[in-house]
Design a binder for this molecule. Sequence first.
Ligand SMILES: [Zn+2]
Length: 1043
Amino acid sequence: MIKTEKILHLKSSRGRKVRVVREHYLREKVPCFSAGCQAQCNNEGKVLPADLTHYVVPDVGVVLDFLEILEFREIQGIIFTQTACQAVQHNKGRRQYNRLRNLLRDPRHDCVLFANEFQEYSYCPREKGECHEKWQTRCVYSASVWYYNHLAGLKDIVMVTEDREAVTQYSSLYSGVYVISMQEYLHNFWLDVHAAHELYSSITQAALGRENEGSEKEYIEHLPSELLEAGIKSGRYVQGILNVNKHRAQLEALVTAQGFSNKSTELSRDVLVLGIKHRNRAIHGDSVVVELLPRGEWRGRNTALTEAQGEERSAEAPRSQPMPTGHVVGILQRNWRDYVVTFPPRDTPNQSRNSQKILTVPWDHRIPKIRISTQQADTLQDHRVVVRIDSWDSTSLYPNGHSVRILGRAGELETEVQTILVENCISVSAFSEAQLKEMPVVSPEQPWCPDPGQVQARRDLRESHLVFSIDPRGCEDVDDTLSVKQLPHGALELGVHIADVTHFVKEGSLTDLEARARATTYYLADRRYDMLPEVLSSNLCSLLGGVDRYAMSVLWQLDADSLEVKSVWFGRTLIRSSYQLHYELAQSLLNGEEPDVPELIRLPPEQRDRNLCDLTQALHTLTHVARHLRAQRDRGGALELEGVEVRAQLDSEKNITALVPRQPLEVHETVAECMIFANHWVARKIQEAFPHQALLRHHPPPRQEHFSQLQDCARAQGFSIDTRSNKSLAGCLEQAVDPQDPVVNQLLRMMATQAMSQAMYFCTGAVPAEDYYHYGLALDRYTHFTSPIRRYADVVVHRLLTAALDQEIDRSVSVGSTRDMEETAQHMNTRNRAAQHAQRMSTELFQCLFFRDRHPETDSDCLADAVIYGIRDNGVLVFVPQYGLRGPVYLRSRGGEVVSVATDGSCDWSSGTLTRNADHITTSSVSGSATFRLFQHITVCILVHTNPCHADALNLQLVRHAPHKSQSMRPVGGHTRARLVQEVQRQAEEATLRASLRPKLSREEKQFSQSKQPNLYSLLEEIQELSLMSSEASAQRLCATTA
Ligand SMILES: [Zn+2]
């Protein structure tokens, strides 16, 4: 090892330049991480494949400016030098540096790090008078030459640099080491990766655009980080996440204190930030530091209704009460993501065509306009485009960014669906070849069969147990199966057998990484994106009837009379499901009807009768056990929140005729109860084995103040709701029924659901034990074990359970750290929230598409009955049962006019006043006064408020102060909804047809055609879900039913 000195020029956080001399050790052996190594390097971990045509070594400038191009998985064989990595760390900050580190860690990307400055022969000390950039370039070139020699000249090396001089100087020195520019590189080697070329030109345009910017200050400078930190410590400044109010994006933002601290004090620590100037270039989601203004300048929040505010929480801030108000003085961490923007139509066509700065409007109201320099301004108008923000200097009124890819023309179904995915950070590219290579090969000629070693190692239940599944009709991915058996001496054995996904998905494999990144299967209104490759989700891990499958099983021995659990067995099994039942079939067997069971049709009558008798007996026993389990939880206070109409799961149903039963079947409950039981017992098991590293799911009790809307509404109807415990709440909701109006109970349950906290994953070591409780299910410990095909949490839990069982044999078995597990839990919580948002947005999209082309005056579909469930300053909140919509109805117009009601109930606008009370609101005008009360039925007209830059929104307008007449003729839901779906699909097909006749804009327009047959079932389901609960709550419900 050779010792030398290295001089570093670092920048302190105050911006001062510091010269540091460091001892620097050089080694002969530094791993090359190439599979083509000729020198037996110690290459551990990721290596570059040997069969590539070349390796590429990007220069410092290229890594700094074009990292996002190097992130394309298509670009293989990248060697990042230590020199370039350090430059990113010093010049671009933590976020960009982490991005590079993640890239290097990610096995799906073909890139490695070469410690060139530690390698004796590639290191070059800086020469006297040599400028820093030139020296860095020389280092990178020297590293390139080293690789060429180290690999014995067998591999061409391409160094990419934007330094013209370097190209001339180095390109002819060595025959196997090419030195070219980024543009040439992309052109020569990756001509067909169009997206990379487009991104290249967009980034270079953006850089050009920044060069000629003004120098006048638009915002005050951010304070240096030492001052921010000192200010936070001393209590002078408050640190938190900036949260822009999407209804008043220009005006109102809150800074919410960071961390998972005590919730009750959190509210009082929110700081209001008013106006764009006070926000000082912070963007929604950024971690910021604010300074409070003097008390005299504190303001209150606005509480009048604005567009689409129906989703508001029940706990309202007191009206106009002044609260801590401040301004942003610094930003600790940017939290920028990819944004969808719309290029505005251009009204000045005679401007210069080249290189223009366009102010684009983000789809998300909370994000400020972004300035994009582009040469494609004409082509891009009215298109939705994905952009990234590059910078926001104090001299610039708006942030600068560059475009990444084009989604398509605004307003078209595919564009809008892709927009929803990007806005929720959902990336669902097809599974890569390398990932699919990890999967077993199966074909009709070569079906999968269990491995003899596995047959030995597993408990074989194929002959001993009658196993069956109960799912929605046509379900392809069967996660779970059940068994129930009489044991000698009268005891009962209940069994839950879950697909053994972790046998096929090894921890750390490419498939595992992809599944972890997705964290869940995504269900949109008309399509789904699977978490696992199809060969697993609908074949090897699907517990189909009549075939051998690996399972993870839980078997309970229950006392025959008391049904008390006497013992539990967990373990890996081999099963063969005998029946793949659907809910209706199982229920009709229970009801004593004699339906055709497909599995039995071909049997001789005697055999058939015997088997049918066994199956029916098993279903009855199962129902008996489930009733007992449910009663047990009910005594503990389990909640039934949804005003149930539909209970089935949201996935994989393709069969349109399988319309959802309006009455819930008991067998739904039975299956759900068994799954809840299994999840609970697995939670106990893994928590006992790993008290600090178990992954559980809890549901915190709601905050009492969130119940105020529910209580006000219930009181208006003469009910009182005791919300002190889940048990009392469940009891009161059960009682609060208006025999004249079923919507009343539905609405009260909806409000109760809205008041709920969200159920979340957590790691046991990161949360005090008293917070493990699951409020909704009334269980002290709970987790997700029963759906490993579509939820990553269950995959993690399966691994924990396996480790717990291994530990019984070998005490030394351990699992990862609390910190890692908590990080996984938070990641899954974030992805689940994104999945719910995307699902809700896609349903809203379909609703808008349905109403968009209808004429409200002539089309009777646009008129509907609505029920008032909330009173606001300038209007009411209503629920439209027929379409499952919620939203505001204004009683005062923007111009200040109020609604006046004629004697026949018809409504008009005239000048007058508005008086709000707790349970009613009254308008007064020359033509008299009219009062709108909670739970009153009114007639509304449904209009679509179109907006070229954002999502369309439904708009409800008051038509008559009376119930909608034809309403009583129609059942709730039913035909109308089925028609809605068909209609929207027909429109979308026509639009696709029109689009195919238009000249193509780009490949991206057609990029996502992986959606399967439109899934009517799930849309119907979702529309109904939406009617009943907020997005948060629908997740809980989904979990309770699939749990
Ligand atoms: Zn080597």
